[in-house]
Design a protein around this ligand. Structure first.
Ligand code: AMP
Length: 603
């Protein structure tokens, strides 16, 4: 069987590895570097430049040098917050595209150039073709982001054998499969552009993700941005006349590189001298930046991870003291302040035995080894970060696969037609935690046609299946006619613009009103069923009850109709219950009538 490589396609850096005699080995490029900056420079003429040489062009050609593209992959216009990108990001036919000169590129095309470079590096090093890969993504990536990543792999000439969640890969790299049974581990991953926290449990050699949480828009880039702001303040403090020049994009890119280098050094040094020679004309800038200053601006950013950590522990129903291990992943976790913060939140010293920049790539490589049969005895299980379901009557969310369900998984439910002679049912696939369909993300919609039947007679089974890559396949089947449709949710589907984190926070914020809205909608549905049923019963058997009883029923119907005009769920529920109760004898009469009709037909 051919090699499968493991790839960490990072926001900032990407790495590739392969199993060699049972060990994961990360592959270095021609320059001996294992970290490839996820940066692409597109010159006016000639081939794209990828990696470290492209990264060096950021200061010189900011508008032609594309970085942090992982923040855009699989996203739709309006979904990401305004970026400080010095290159042009546009919306074209509902897609995000990057514009460089007269060239338009999709984010996945840019990522594929990074992957292509890694592929060439691996083939050069191994001396053979490599065309199968395991690629990692943040646990919080939604379906579209995973699909776009898979496509990036394919554009680079890989068969993407598996998309693996980064924290799960990291756990493998830290060798957590060797811990005693039922050990619980927190994986704290703070990278360039994303933050993920996951709680895993080891069970008879199998990893189970108990919960995941995070923010796809939080990371070292934010620290860089704040540091640039601080340096700009210091510069204008000294040279106020330079203020307009400082907004220049080229200048921004130059300062960003300087800030970034200073930040890295401050993880091991207490102070660094920031030098910007020939800032403007013959003005130069020199400044002694201390770790304390950096920590002061980094602290609020790092603190933003706290609520995610707590929520993740809460979802896993775990007290921090019950954790057996906390592992750190992502370059930012080299900062001493991050390590202290983790020790504080999780009440234990984090494990820093692995290189945090490489852990995900090493884990993806081990997973590649598992898939190609070189490594055995480890199975990975991931979870769904948000609930998945469909819209049902009254615009309610009907959850089919709840949040934090272990994948791969399959679940289904039966639905029926709300209206007589309906000839199709629209399946609206939703992702999110809100009670009302409209507040969740719409992943896609499609129609399943069936023969016209009376109300409540159609039987449509809807089944959701999430494969090992976290991609959702939706099957809808008309069980009476045996007709079915299977849809794999593709990039053409509509997704709203909320971040996962926001979704969960909102579901908590609105829990009370959402629930009361659901109770109200359900009561309205009940009334809408009850009133026509009572009316038709009155037409059929109304002559068999006293006019007094008729008047009582009319009053009960009037009360339901009056309650429907207000928005008091309790009143409507009570009115429904009373109407239901008050028409029981009508139901008996209807049955008697049906039976005597049947007997008449027999004769
Ligand atoms: P990753 O996404 O894991 O490659 O992490 C990249 C992020 O880690 C970038 O924001 C880097 O600036 C940051 N980073 C890498 N090394 C260090 C370091 N020694 N100290 C502080 N931040 C670092």
């Amino acid at each position: 069987m051919s090699d499968i490589v493991g790839i960490d396609l990072g926001t900032t850096n990407s790495l590739i590895g392969v199993m060699d005699s049972g060990f994961p080995i990360l592959i270095a490029d021609r320059d001996g570097s294992r970290l490839t900056p996820s940066v692409v420079y597109l010159p006016e003429t000639g081939e794209p430049v990828v990696g470290a040489p492209a990264d060096r062009m950021r200061a010189l050609m900011p508008e032609r040098t594309l970085y942090s593209v992982k923040r855009l992959i699989g996203r739709r216009p309006g979904e990401s917050e305004k970026e400080d990108f010095p290159f042009a990001v546009k919306s074209l036919s509902g897609r995000m595209v990057l514009e460089v000169g007269d060239q338009l590129l999709k984010p996945e095309e840019v990522s594929s150039l990074v992957l292509k470079k890694l592929k060439v590096d691996a083939e050069t090093s191994l001396g053979r073709a490599v065309d199968r890969a395991v690629i990692s993504v943040p646990a919080y990536f939604n379906d579209l982001q995973r699909q776009a990543t898979k496509r990036a792999g394919e554009l680079a000439g890989f068969t993407t054998e598996r998309i693996i969640n980064e924290p799960t890969a990291a756990a493998l790299a830290y060798g957590l499969d060797r811990l005693r049974d039922r050990s619980r581990v927190a994986v704290y991953d703070l990278g360039g552009g994303t933050f993920d926290i996951s709680i895993l449990e080891l069970n008879e050699g199998i990893f189970r993700v108990l919960s995941t949480n995070g923010n796809t828009r939080l990371g070292g880039d934010d620290i860089d941005r704040e540091l640039v702001r601080l340096l700009k303040e210091r510069i204008t403090g000294r040279y106020p006349e330079l203020r307009p020049e400082l907004d220049d994009r080229q200048f921004f890119a130059r300062i960003r590189e300087i800030a970034h280098t200073a930040k890295l050094r401050l993880s091991t040094e207490d102070a660094v001298q920031v030098e910007i020679p020939f800032l403007s004309g013959n003005r130069s800038f020199s400044y002694a930046l201390t770790r304390m200053e950096l920590e002061a601006i980094a602290r609020p950013i790092i603190r933003r991870t706290r609520s995610h950590c707590l929520r993740s522990l809460d979802d896993a129903k775990l007290d921090p003291v019950k954790l057996d291990e906390v592992i750190l992943v992502g370059g930012v976790t080299r900062m001493p302040i991050v390590r202290q913060f983790c020790a504080e939140v999780f009440q234990r010293l984090p494990n820093i035995t692995q290189n945090p920049d490489e852990a995900v790539a090493v884990g993806a490589t081990i997973q590649a080894g598992i898939l190609s049969g070189v490594v055995q005895n480890v199975v990975l299980l991931d979870v769904t970060p948000l609930s998945l379901g469909i819209e049902t009557f009254g615009g309610l969310m009907n959850v089919i696969i709840p949040r934090n369900t272990t994948i791969p998984c399959k679940a289904g439910e039966m639905f029926t037609n709300a209206v007589a002679n309906q000839t199709s049912m629209q399946i609206v696939v939703l992702q999110g935690e809100r009670e009302l369909a409209k507040d969740n993300w719409e992943l896609g919609r499609f129609n399943l046609e069936f023969e016209p039947v009376p109300k409540g007679i159609a039987r449509v089974g809807v089944q959701f299946e999430i494969d090992g890559d976290g991609i959702l396949h939706v099957l809808a089947r008309d069980t009476r006619a045996g007709r079915e449709k299977v849809v794999e949710l593709s990039s053409a589907v509509d997704v709203s613009d909320e971040a996962v984190e926001k979704m969960i926070a909102e579901s908590l914020d609105h829990a009370f009103e959402d629930m009361s809205e659901r109770v109200w909608t359900e009561a309205v549905l009940k009334s809408n069923e009850l009133i026509p049923a009572v009316r038709s019963a009155l037409t059929l058997v109304g002559d068999q009850i006293t006019s007094d009883d008729q008047r009582k029923i009319d009053l009960l119907v009037l009360e339901v109709e009056a309650a429907l005009k207000g928005h008091d769920s309790q009143r409507l529920k009570k009115a429904n219950a009373e109407l239901d109760e008050g028409t029981q004898h009508l139901a008996t009469l209807l049955i008697d009538r049906a039976m005597s009709e049947a007997a008449r037909r027999k004769k």
